[in-house]
Every structure is written in C-alpha cells, then in structure tokens.
Design a protein around this ligand. Sequence first.
Ligand code: HEM
Length: 145
Amino acid sequence: MSACVTDCVTVFSFWAPVDADPRCYGEIILLCLFDTHPDVQKLFPKFAGLPKEQLQNNPNLQAYGEIVVCKLTEILKVKGEHKEPMKALAESHAKQHKIPLVNFQIISEVIDTVVAEKLDGFGPDAQTCLKNVLKQFQIDFGSLL
Ligand code: HEM
C-alpha cells in the first residue's frame, strides 16, 4: 500500500472536529459535490432531480454524508489496513449502486478541498497525506472489483 500508516496518522491528528460532527462535514462534502458536479447527483436515487433548495437541510443527504465520513474515519483509524471492509463497499457500489469508478476520484477531490478549507492548520503536508489516503482508497476500490 502506498498510503502508509504515516499518512493516516497525520490526517487523523487533525480529524477530531470531523470525528465529532460527521453529519455536518458529510453534508458540506455532498452539497459541494452536487454543486460542482451535478451529473454525480443523478447517481443517487434519493437525490436525483432534487433542486438545490431541497438538498439543503435534507435529512437523507445528512444521513448519507455521515455514512461516508464515518467510513473514512474508520479507514484512518485502522491506518489504511481496510481491505476486508472495503470489499463489501466496493461490491455494493459497483454492482448494486452502479457507480463508475471515476466518481470516487471526483468525491476525493471534493473531500480534499472541503477538509483543507475547514480544518485549522491542515496545511500542504497534511493535504498531501489525505490525497495519498484517498488515492489508495480509489486503487483498492478498483482492485477489489
Ligand atoms: C469516499 C467514498 C465513499 C464512501 C466511503 C461511501 C460509503 C458508502 C456506504 C458505507 C454506503 C452504505 C452501505 C453500502 O451500500 O455499501 C453507501 C451507499 C451508497 N453510496 Fe457511497 N460511498 C462513497 C462514494 C460514493 C460515490 C462517489 C457515490 C456516487 C457518485 C456513492 C453512491 C452511493 C449510493 C447511491 C448508495 C446507496 C444509498 C442509499 O441507500 O440510498 N457513494 N456508500
């Protein structure tokens, strides 16, 4: 694995605010994702076609945001050794939700941006570590399919 333990440990050292409020961070990430990539929104049956106003304060969107962020936190906590739990996730996204792999790159870029903007002191070194973790996440997803 190229996203090493150090990358996960570094990112996790800034992660307390995210861990404390995954719903809020998840919501910001998804709103930013749908705002910058409207096509990605269409891949979510619960959100496809909803206008912007109905995405704000939407409990389903907040709940899914929380799921994504909690999964990322879990990956950081196990320091990238996440192959087994990832397999089920990779399979559900490929087979059940029919999500092309490129969308993981897109959401990763949005996560990078939101985290760099919101977390105090999350400078270029920490950003590189997060990029490495998310890159490895995409590679694992691809290799598990
Ligand atoms: C950081 C990347 C992501 C993580 C950690 C993540 C995590 C999850 C988890 C834990 C679930 C629920 C369990 C399951 O169905 O396997 C889920 C469901 C789902 N994910 Fe993701 N996901 C990610 C990226 C994406 C992307 C990029 C898309 C689409 C563009 C997507 C679309 C969906 C959909 C449609 C569901 C079903 C939601 C529902 O029940 O309504 N996911 N995801």
